[in-house]
Ligand binder design. Structure first.
Ligand SMILES: [Ca+2]
Length: 184
């Protein structure tokens, strides 16, 4: 009988204090990842909830790499913030993925890359597309045709640093598959 009263009590409390919108903001990456199990679901979530805002506007500095948790809470960011969020959710769902930056002249762009069914998926902000190429150069061209150099990245504090840099022949010869982390 006690159990029933607890359940009933919980039911009536729920009526008195319905879950507010604020509840969604406390959503963890783990619980979100269990809801967003495909790249398409991740894309839909980012498209619906995230807004592109430059780092200078948000943080008063040129570069600020937010953690996926910060991005989920703030729901505003630029290219690397979208990419780091997508990468985190993909990893939690077992995908092999990495952060990739393309540099040209005085600018750069960052995306998340993952492997799916023999193709390479690219999360470019909340755009998702697939590529059949197999070299790092193919990947670079898919983002920016006249790139200067390419980097497999990692977040270091609130900035991004290049783990592996590719230029010229090195980019042409390097297989995307080798850039993927061997362990998830
Ligand atoms: Ca940022």
């Amino acid at each position: 009988m006690k159990v029933r009263w607890v359940i009933l009590g919980g039911f009536f409390l729920g009526l008195l204090f319905p879950l507010s919108e604020g509840k969604a903001e406390t959503l963890t990456l783990d619980s979100l990842a269990s809801q967003l199990q495909t790249p398409e679901a991740i894309q839909k979530f980012m498209g619906k909830h995230f807004v592109y805002v430059e780092d200078q506007t948000l943080f008063g500095q040129d570069e600020y790499w937010q953690s996926p948790e910060e991005m989920l809470e703030r729901k505003q960011g630029d290219c690397e913030d979208y990419a780091l969020f997508a990468e985190a959710i993909l990893k939690k769902n077992g995908y092999r993925t990495f952060i990739f930056s393309v540099y040209w002249e005085d600018d750069a762009h960052t995306v998340a890359v993952f492997e799916k069914e023999g193709k390479w998926g690219i999360f470019d902000l909340d755009d998702l597309r697939y590529l059949k190429g197999d070299s790092i150069e193919d990947l670079g061209k898919a983002i920016k045709h006249d790139w200067s150099y390419l980097g497999i990245m990692r977040k270091d504090g609130n900035t991004g640093i290049i783990n592996r840099k590719f230029q010229g022949q090195k980019a042409i010869a390097s297989k995307i598959s080798l850039a993927l982390p061997s362990t998830i």
